[in-house]
Design a protein around this ligand. Sequence first.
Ligand code: 9WO
Length: 256
Amino acid sequence: MRIDLISLFPEFLAQIAGHGVVGRAAERGLLSLHGFNPRDFAEGNYRRVDDRPFGGGPGMVMMIDPLRAAIRAAREADPRPGRLIYLSPQGRRLDQAKIRELSAQPRLLLLCGRYEGVDERLVAAEVDEELSIGDYVLSGGELAAAVVVDAIGRLLEGALNDAGSAAQDSFEDGLLDWPHYTRPVEHVLGNVPDVLLSGNHAEIARWRRRQALARTLARRPDLIGTASLDDADRRWLQHLQDEAGQGPGDGSGKIR
Ligand code: 9WO
């Protein structure tokens, strides 16, 4: 997969491709990142990429032409078509299903804004999709693009590595992850739950599933409606809700 980054700070993005799981995906040739800096395509001695907003107000707006030239250069560098995604707080909210969809594309172009944003005419003419990583404002789209690249990169690497690992991920079935433990078994902070030491794999799988359901219900009840659940899952959730109706709980969202 090839990802082109349209950014005033493309070196920023190169960082994530040099480390960890995404670095390995890049080393193996599963993922290649290419930066295109609108500054390199700006005209004049000052190489201006931004100007004051019509209508007044604070901040600056990224000009159409340097961005358009950078996008054109990226498209000419590889003739395969690819969706151009603009990372902005106005976008549709990113989730793991969207990451999965994007990871199946041979090519993507990510547009990172700075300042107050990008001239809307450029967005209307060139952008295929606007995505947000969450309801907060950053100083630019680069960190959001890094999030997208990281999430895609680990899926590409995982698909090759261990077929089970990506499928077992938190969010693959729309639920939060179960809790994890490692050595030592006994510790002043508490002991590892017995079931995990039992060697009974069916029992362990059932315990983990129940933990994931309980956590999701306690912390992210909004996810329950869209999770893929079977009858046993629904019975367990009903049990948890019946139980919650009886006692007050401590409000911590922790699972007993
Ligand atoms: C800056 C600004 C300055 C003065 C008055 C209003 C202003 N709005 C903004 C602004 O929203 N800047 C954005 C910075 C423009 C697009 C790129 N930037 C950005 C992307 N910030 N946060 C994101 C982002 C992207 C994806 N998911 C979450 C946040």
